[in-house]
Design a protein around this ligand. Structure first.
Ligand code: PEP
Ligand code: MG
Length: 534
């Protein structure tokens, strides 16, 4: 039987294409001092890695000038000398020697005024990682062989991996890890790529290059489909496209219930293109702009000027309100060029606001850029991962510092920007009445809230089937937040994936919620439900 059932649908859709299997291994860098008699064999390991990796880059059948240039970087004389010195004289193990040597060049390239060298920083990272992967016995080829649009199969991918591939090369996504709330699933939804996650058991059966059908509505994979099966799924696909076209007719209609109660339905976006797509379907407000995506798929932190430009364009493009969330990295969103150190429990560790408050290089450019851009539109600023009021007060103090600086520099900004917080930890729920007195709006992040409330790792497929749609404790948490917001006369919206779930929306409306922010693919289905709600 060529039909496999399993995994969880993370982004709906049907696609037919060739499998592209990625084998990814993470590589913590070993660090030890070599003994005198290890030195020569360690150096030999390095020379072999250089040989193998550069040959691989040159012989890949899609070899391009980029790969040839990368091969040159593998064999670069001065870098090789640097590594040699680190092994032979400083007695560093080869992985550490390679990592540090390329890191030194990376810094040099990044700081250079020459745009060509700056651009080559990503090549340095790729080459470094290929060498490290080889040294650690991994067989990964990253995406070098991806020469035609394919269905990507991988044990796990990070948001930065997926954003590094042009989205038109990804017909679908099947991952061993993850859950429907993991960030990789949110990206798939935002790019409208059909995706199944938590499909660990199915992966070994998928062979690289083989044709398959991915039905991410039903979480079904069909290997080597017959012509009848292809025909069957093509007609299914047609049906879904017709349904989509039907939903598109909703564009000009207002978001109101049958009793004409207006509901504020906004969009969750991560880049300008997505905001433009929301505009096209009649969605004026962006209820959650995940700013961390501006930080991915690059090799250094975006400067204040770059961020200002991005926020300005965003505000000019959107007709309505734009709620920009400050950087929320950590957990399953890491920046490859900005290591934060290994953690046993990253979701309970150094994440979101906790990192931000510690690091001026993060908060200052972003807060200044947001303030400067505020004159171009209707901006709201949202702080993630708040657990207690002191964090909110500290954030507001940082904003005040930035406002004072801009004032002294004679740069204008709006003084009445609404400041909101994500309600996504149990502590924030329990303290919602106090928090509500210190901010202008709440946005409930049910993805993290569910994970922290029920102690269910949002990326772990072993526990993802323990989610009930609307368990009692979640309903109580939502009700408590709504009450605290109402009593303090501040608006509250739900921006987690729950708001985009057609099976949950009626209950949320009945509880009294009247603001939601959803992924682009969920906008029309949810609008249809709201318009059918009594
Ligand atoms: C959430 O946690 O529900 C949320 C909207 O934020 P993110 O998914 O980006 O963590
Ligand atoms: Mg969150």
């Amino acid at each position: 039987m060529n039909k496999l059932h399993g995994g969880i649908s993370a982004s709906e859709g049907i696609t037919i294409g060739q499998a592209y299997v990625v084998i990814r291994k993470s590589f913590p860098i070993p660090n030890y001092l070599l003994s005198e008699n290890q030195i020569s064999s360690e150096y030999q390991r390095y020379l072999t890695a250089v040989e193998v990796v550069s040959n691989e880059l040159l012989t890949l059948h899609d070899s391009t000038s980029i790969l040839a240039a990368q091969a040159e970087l593998v064999r670069d004389e001065s870098i090789m000398e640097h590594v040699k010195l680190a092994i032979n004289q400083k007695r560093k193990n080869v992985e550490l020697a390679v990592y540090e040597s390329y890191q030194d060049y990376l810094t040099l390239f990044e700081q250079s005024d020459d745009p060509y060298l700056k651009e080559r920083a990503t090549d340095i990272i790729e080459v470094r990682d290929l060498l490290l992967l080889h040294l650690q016995g991994a067989s990964e080829k990253l995406f070098h062989n991806l020469i035609k649009p394919s269905i990507i199969i991988a044990e796990d991918l990070s948001p930065s991996d997926i954003l590094a591939i042009p989205s038109n090369m990804i017909k679908g996504l099947i991952l061993g890890q993850g859950s429907s709330n993991s960030h990789i699933a949110l990206i798939a939804k935002s790019l409208e790529i059909p995706a199944i996650v938590a499909a660990k058991e199915l992966l070994p059966q998928i062979i690289n290059g083989e044709e398959l059908i991915l039905d991410a509505y039903e979480a079904v994979i069909i290997l080597k489909p017959t012509s009848d099966q292809i025909e069957e799924y093509q007609s299914k696909l047609k049906e879904f496209l017709t349904l989509k076209q039907e939903e598109a007719k909703l564009t000009l209609l207002p978001v109101v219930t049958l009793s004409q109660k207006p509901i504020k339905l906004s969009g969750n976006a991560m880049n300008l293109e997505e905001v433009a797509r929301f505009q096209k379907i009649g969605c004026e407000n962006i209820g959650l702009f995940r700013s961390e995506f501006l930080y991915l798929n690059r090799s250094n932190l975006p400067s204040e000027q770059e961020q200002y430009q991005a926020y300005k364009e965003l505000l000019l493009l959107a007709d309505g309100e734009v709620t920009i969330r400050t950087l929320d990295i950590g957990g399953d969103k890491t920046l490859p060029y900005y290591p934060l150190g290994a953690e046993n429990n990253p979701f309970l560790g150094y994440r979101g606001i906790r990192i931000y408050l510690d690091r001026e290089e993060l908060w200052k450019p972003q807060l200044r850029a947001l303030l400067k851009a505020s004159i171009h539109g209707n901006l709201r600023i949202l702080f993630p991962m708040i657990t207690e009021v002191s964090e909110l007060i500290q954030m507001q103090q940082l904003l005040t510092i930035c406002k004072e600086e801009l004032g002294q520099e004679g740069i204008s900004f709006r003084t009445n920007i609404p400041i909101g917080i994500m309600i996504e930890t149990p502590a924030a729920i329990l303290d919602a009445a106090v928090l509500a007195k210190h901010c202008d709006f709440f946005s409930i992040g049910t993805n993290d809230l569910t994970q922290y409330l029920f102690a269910i790792d949002r990326t772990n497929p072993m526990v993802s089937n323990r989610y009930e749609l609307l368990p009692n404790a979640l309903l109580s948490a939502l009700t408590m937040t709504l009450r605290a917001a109402k009593e303090n006369h501040i608006p509250v919206s739900i921006c987690g994936e729950l708001a985009g779930n057609v099976a949950a929306i009626d209950t949320l409306l009945t509880l009294g919620f009247d603001e939601f922010s959803v992924a682009i693919t969920r906008y029309n289905p949810i609008k249809r439900c709201i318009r059918n709600y009594p």
